[in-house]
Design a protein around this ligand. Sequence first.
Ligand code: B12
Ligand code: SF4
Length: 478
Amino acid sequence: MSTWQICVSADLCIVLSEFGSTFMHVILIVPRSDIPEQIRADEFDAVLPREHIGTGYLASALRMNGIDASILDAEAYDLPVASVLEKLRFVKDDAIIGITCNQSQYRYTKLMLNGIRDIGFEGIICIGGELPTLAPNFVADTLRDLDYIFCGEGETEFPLFASLIHKGNNEFRAVKGLWYKNGDGTLVNTGMPVAIRDLDKVPVPYHYVMKNEKDTGVPIKTVPAIHGSRGCKWGSCTFCSTAESHRRIIGGEGWRCRSSKNIIDEIAQVKEEFGSRYFVFTDEEIFDGTSLGYDRMQDLCILLKDRKIGINFMIGCRASEVNQELFSKLRSVGLSRVLIGLESSSQRCLDAIKKGTSVDDNKAAVEIVRKLDIELIPGFIPFYPNSTLEDVKKEFHFLVEYVGYNKVHKYTKKLRPDYGTPLFKMLQKQGRLIGEFPFYSYCFKDQRVQNLYEYLQRLILMEGEKDPGNLYRIVCDW
Ligand code: B12
Ligand code: SF4
């Protein structure tokens, strides 16, 4: 296995390995997401991973199966479509292009697809990820020049597909999760793949941005993402696209986790190879509300201590899962930041979005992390479709005065109706959805909130307002 290479060269030209003529090549593309610069800059002031870990997982799985893979990440390297197309000019037609796509990457993906055939690439183009998993028909109808659409997890099915292509075998029935057009143009669907039960058996993801930084000799700035579980046991929040796509992957609610040992092995390996001292857990929800998730984190504390792995790390969880005893153990082994899905300071709102937590849970969680001196990143949405002006003022009051968090991007944070979610369906039913896929929106019920929101957006996005204190005063005085 040691001869397999996955590489991204210094200038990000794709370097296909020297085995080019013998083996199948897959070029994995991470499209850039479509988020206004101002919001992006502010939202990412917390140190967050730049690697697309799902693509890192696919690269490792392909590699384990003897398939050569390269990653072209337009998000991490901020590449416009033209640069990606320029790099793809050199890809041979016997390669497979595999694009990952969530809703925020849709417009970029569409633009890119419009150009790939124009630059002369005649090989196979596939797409997978959250959006195809949620809406394969929509993807098939609206994105041109795609040959295959993948739903669900790709680690088992994509390598199988690539090997069949390599062998010249076009019988894809055994490849699950696949949608494609057959000879007469009808759409064939091979059914969802079985969700991977034992996540410890999945090869650890390829940390390609860090590898690239190391290889090119630049100081490694990238923060490694550790994905310790998949899915969310609650899965009920009406706005959550991850919960919707995961429901399709696993066929209902469910949460699967890697063992603490498996996670710690990856952390130790990454730390040794790249010298990383700060890690971000990107699990949808790190706990599952039962002793399984709780004990796993206790074990993690023990292993971190026993193996003397000196790191700091960040996790994310629901407010109801923040527990003094466990969090103080986590703090003692390096937990320095926690993202808590507080969402709102109003019980009416929490109930409306089916969060399943209470305002008291939120307050208790804030108190615990404050006491333990852990930095809190609040998952918090001040603008809801049915918020009154009084509600919005209360939300900001709670966020700024109680939580002590005041960042510019929060002033344009409104509950986002992602395609396919219960929130999306509800607003659609009420005839309130406006805009185009994937950026649907709605007007607030309370015209005063609408006016305030539009004013703040103009100020931040067009006039470049950077002072959150000023924005807070505007909200209070509105
Ligand atoms: C880590 C993370 C990040 C990281 C890293 C980027 C990344 N996408 O990995 C950072 C911090 C950079 C980030 C940024 C953003 N993120 Co983010 N992020 C996540 C998070 C927490 C985990 C994603 C993950 O690692 N999943 C685990 C892996 C294993 O799954 P996966 O990527 O889906 O890949 C698997 C399958 O889908 C499939 N697959 C995927 N691609 C392909 C391709 C092919 C060809 C095949 C065959 C299969 C296949 O196989 C993979 C392995 O099983 C998710 C929430 C969540 N927990 O899912 C949000 C999430 C993906 N992010 C989201 C958003 C909105 C953003 C931002 C736009 C935020 C912002 N305001 O700027 C940016 C956009 C960046 C981008 N281009 O994705 C949303 C997407 C919403 C949507 N419906 O579009 C999510 C779902 C969170 C949410 N519910 O709001 N994010
Ligand atoms: S708890 Fe988090 S991951 Fe679970 S459904 Fe709600 S928002 Fe989604």
